[in-house]
Design a protein around this ligand. Structure first.
Ligand code: CMX
Length: 464
């Protein structure tokens, strides 16, 4: 039975649950939806008990500087999937990136983790079996087709419209498919919201590569998107749709890329926005579209585009033989012009981003002699010193965006205005587990307190 048919039926949530899980299970292994449903009562109990016994415990204080300083460090969000440590970097359900690379299932013959496995881990806290991940890949492949009106929106967009704007519009237009919105309109009980949010989440992850590839092929190529293989994993099918599927190394890069860009705890702009909009019970489609609009900003996901532009501008100004002294001067020129050095600095991290390191290791393995990789490595030797001397940024070390573009350039994906779309496809895999959890544990609408400057002055006993 197709999901569209399911969608139009007036079925109880219990029967919808049974139907959808049966539709994609091979019958041998437990599905992700089953496993999450099994774990959920304990999670709900844990939260209830924690709040009952410690609900009035004080977690910290909020300073006026934090209020004016982008709310850094205020403990005010629940995010189950990952935690970011300033020194160590990201851990996904307690696991570092090298641990993910070791423990998550791989494609046959591959060495990089499958992002499907990360999605499972983020939702349940458990590493899935190979069979469970294969079933999830098959489910994504089966749901990858996008509706005609979404195709039309992409096809009618002018090529001059930034790919991220096209992506956000297309994801918003998927609202027509939202099982969550339809169930809500039919008056489904709160405790069953997650069943429908889950279906939307799986649908969205399945359809995002098709949307992204259509944008890429339209804006930069012949507008034709290759058919996917129902037996291949999400990243390989995405590579195929983009036009790079024959390249095994590129497939591996996509697996790594989609895994490491997915989740970076809850406070970053794209994750926080998705969660915030979801708290109003906007569907997962509308919530992720909002998050993508935040990811499109140059201080967040668009930095991966800006890094490439900055490097190519450097090369065009200096020539192909770039010395350390040239880089140092170019860094100072950038800073003295009042611009930021893209790909460097972070709101939380105070060391080299482990996502940078993972990509550097990929480059050392697959493209050790590539000139752009050498340039990125030399910038890494020079930039932290310059940024430290400049004295503004709290973190002079590179972040994830500093390295990703060069890897894509190597394999021929040279159109840097598309790079943030790749980040967006991955980010959805990281934020959607929390949307499902939010609906499952009944997180309320988000509503922090705001005051005017006059009121804050009054609160701290200051005269303006
Ligand atoms: N180059 C120049 N100046 C920088 C800088 C950089 N890479 N990073 C920070 N600064 C400046 C800030 O602009 C700020 O200046 P003002 O005091 O004039 O406002 C000062 O240093 C202090 O900033 P901070 O506390 O160190 O950094 P924030 O938490 O405010 O901002 C970030 C974090 C990432 C936005 C910032 O480091 C930046 O702009 N980096 C470049 C853009 C980038 O790479 N973004 C991608 C981040 C990862 C991602 O989300 O994808």
């Amino acid at each position: 039975m197709s999901l569209r048919a399911l969608n139009s039926m007036r079925v109880s949530s219990k029967s919808l649950y049974a139907l959808t899980t049966r539709a994609y299970s091979t019958g041998k292994e437990q599905t992700l939806k089953d496993r999450f449903a099994e774990l959920l009562p304990e999670k709900i109990e844990q939260i209830k008990k924690l709040r009952k016994e410690h609900g009035s415990a004080v977690l910290g204080e909020v300073t006026l500087d934090q209020v004016y300083g982008g709310q850094r460090g205020i403990k005010a969000l629940v995010w189950e999937g990952s935690v970011l440590d300033a020194e160590e970097g990201i851990r996904f359900r307690g696991k570092t990136i090298p641990e993910l690379q070791k423990e998550l299932p791989k494609a046959p013959g591959g060495t990089e983790p499958l992002p499907e496995g990360l999605f499972w881990l983020l939702l349940t806290g458990e590493v899935p079996s190979e069979a469970q991940v294969r079933a999830l890949s098959a489910e994504f492949a089966a749901r990858s087709e996008i509706p005609k009106h979404v195709k039309d929106i992409i096809d009618r967009s002018p090529p001059s419209l930034h790919p991220m704007a096209q992506l956000s519009m297309a994801v918003t237009a998927l609202e027509s498919e939202s099982m969550f919105t339809k169930a809500y309109e039919k008056g489904v009980s709160k405790k069953d919201y997650w069943l429908y949010a889950y279906e939307d989440a799986i649908d969205l992850i399945a359809k995002l590569p098709t949307i992204a590839a259509r944008i890429y092929r339209n804006v930069f190529h012949d507008g034709k998107v290759a058919a996917i293989n129902a037996n291949a994993d999400l990243a390989q099918n995405f590579s195929t749709q983009l036009g790079f599927g024959d390249n095994k190394e590129f497939n591996e890069l996509m697996r790594l890329y989609l895994t490491i860009h997915a989740d970076h705890e809850g406070g970053n702009v794209s994750a926080h926005t998705t969660h915030l909009v979801g708290s109003a019970l906007s569907s997962p489609f509308l919530s992720v579209a909002a998050g993508l609009n935040g990811l499109a900003g140059p201080l967040h996901g668009k930095a991966n585009q800006e890094v490439l532009e900055w490097i190519l501008e450097m090369k065009s100004k200096i020539g192909s033989n770039v010395s350390k002294a040239d880089i140092e001067k170019y860094l100072w020129d950038t800073l003295n012009a009042g611009r930021v050095v893209p790909g460097y600095g972070h709101a939380v991290l105070r060391k080299t981003d482990p996502r940078y390191t993972a990509q550097r290791e990929f480059a050392l393995k697959h493209m050790p002699d590539y000139d752009l990789f050498h340039l990125v490595s030399t910038i890494y030797e020079v930039a932290p010193g310059v940024l430290t001397k400049h004295g503004k940024t709290k973190n002079p070390w590179p972040n994830v965006d500093s390295h990703s573009g060069v890897l894509l350039q190597y394999y021929g994906l040279t159109e840097q205005s598309f790079y943030t779309v790749l980040f967006g496809v991955s980010r959805a895999i990281g934020v959607l587990p929390q949307i499902i959890i939010d609906r499952a544990v009944g997180m309320p609408i988000e509503r922090p307190k705001s005051f005017s400057t006059e009121k804050y002055a009054e609160l701290v006993g200051a005269k303006l």
